[in-house]
Design a protein around this ligand. Structure first.
Ligand SMILES: [Zn+2]
Length: 221
């Protein structure tokens, strides 16, 4: 009799433990989804070329990875400078990256990540902003880095849109290559019809607003 009671008690205890384990799993899953939803946000790092935008992006992604988050670095496929599957700064810092052609591709690639860094966002069309909103709605922390003004000093539409929806905007400056003051503009030194001409040192220079205006007519920019 005592042995039978012990068996019944053991079975009941096992049943209770299994039930609690299932409940705990459900609770953890719900909490994880909730926490991820709360963490979704859009951050924009913008400014002229050579202002350290990509360096800042790589630093944030590195810190997030060290903190155990699933991190994804993304770059436009048209940006073939330095390395095709890497994001690389002008001074050689680099991280592995996925190249995407269009914003739909970005949405598919980014759904499983917790933190996404998108470099050279001005290469994308304005629809990128909507994709960033969707990803943030899924709980993803989206960090965008890109040039805010083109070689005519006109804002890129996608940056304008991102600035209005971003939770945080960081505007960096470079050093004017003419006078050494704070540079907010980018001077293009090579010719080209397209608004986007892929290039780095030698193709572009950072300029303050005064030096940018002074040299605009002479170069035909
Ligand atoms: Zn200047």
């Amino acid at each position: 009799m005592a042995i039978e009671l012990a068996n019944v008690f053991s079975l009941a205890l096992i049943g209770w433990l299994v039930s609690m384990s299932t409940r705990c799993n459900r609770w953890f899953k719900k909490t994880a989804v909730k926490m991820r939803t709360q963490a979704g946000r859009i951050e924009l790092i913008c400014g002229p070329m050579f202002a350290g935008k990509t360096t800042a992006l790589i630093r944030i992604l590195g810190e997030s990875a060290e903190n155990g988050h699933r991190v994804l670095a993304v770059k436009p496929s048209s940006d073939t400078r330095y390395g095709e599957d890497q994001i690389v700064t002008h001074d050689g810092k680099r991280i592995p990256a996925v190249r995407v052609d269009c914003t739909d591709e970005l949405l598919t690639s980014g759904e499983s990540a917790e933190v996404i860094g998108i470099d050279e966002v001005h290469f994308f069309d304005v629809e990128l902003a909507g994709v960033c909103e969707k990803l943030a709605g899924l709980g993803v922390r989206v960090i965008c880095a890109g040039v805010d003004l083109d070689h005519h000093g006109q804002p890129f539409d996608v940056i304008d849109r991102l600035e209005t929806i971003a939770d945080e905007v960081v505007r960096l400056t470079a050093t004017c290559s003419i006078c050494g003051e704070r540079a907010t503009h980018t001077k293009r030194l090579v010719s080209g019809e397209s608004r986007i001409v892929v290039g780095g040192v030698g193709a572009y220079e950072p300029r303050c607003a005064d030096c940018f205006d002074r040299t605009a007519d002479a170069s035909g920019s």
